[in-house]
Design a protein around this ligand. Sequence first.
Ligand code: SF4
Length: 250
Amino acid sequence: MLDNLKIVFHQGKQTIPNVRTAVVPGIFRGRPVISFEKVNEDELMAICPTEAISRNPVAIDLGKCTFCGECSMRFPEKIMFTKDYKLASNVPDRLIVREGEDKAIEVDPDSVREEIHRILGRSLKLRQISAGGDNSCEMELNAANNVQFDMSRFGIDFVASPRHADGIVITGPITKNMAQAVQICYDATPEPKLIVLVGTDAISGGLFTGSPAIDRSFLSNNHVDLYIPGNPAHPLTIVNGLLDLTRKLK
Ligand code: SF4
């Protein structure tokens, strides 16, 4: 008994008390900041493996960025990655960070469907679909419910059956072989239902953009409620994104 108490005392508090203000220790690439420094823009854009960087003004689309860090290593005077993990939004344009901007990426509460706040604001059950994912975002979704991040304390859980879910969470670029499964799973989920995309591959196709092995027509035919960038997405990005979407922010 005494030994057990010693272990508990030694370990301290495991759960992050406040997921809104937690600070990520160690190396982490979150929201980038782009300075007005003049650099060779052709070289800067050529470095990016997913064409996430555009110009006039120089901008990074976090829906395409793999957070590889190559741009900031080559041009540290131009691009710096902060540790800000709040990267999710329901509006794709808000995922684009432009030159000279240093502001938080947020969900737009005015464009969130009313029934999401009214019906899903206190309890949210999600069915995860790995649609050609590499298991990295899937692991981070799993971590979002571990003892540290403890997403279930906010009433957000994963369930096995889409019939018990309020929405689907898609990871991976959606391969042709998974396209029908995504549609079937979505059809089996009762209304009102959410679509959440987690990770660069799910949001834009990432490194697989243009591959004949993917079929993203599901996303063209259905409304996406939340984009959670990352490669993989950090559990704090996931938890904060879901909270921002389902809780009234106004
Ligand atoms: S960190 Fe993002 S924007 Fe920079 S080179 Fe990598 S993928 Fe491109």
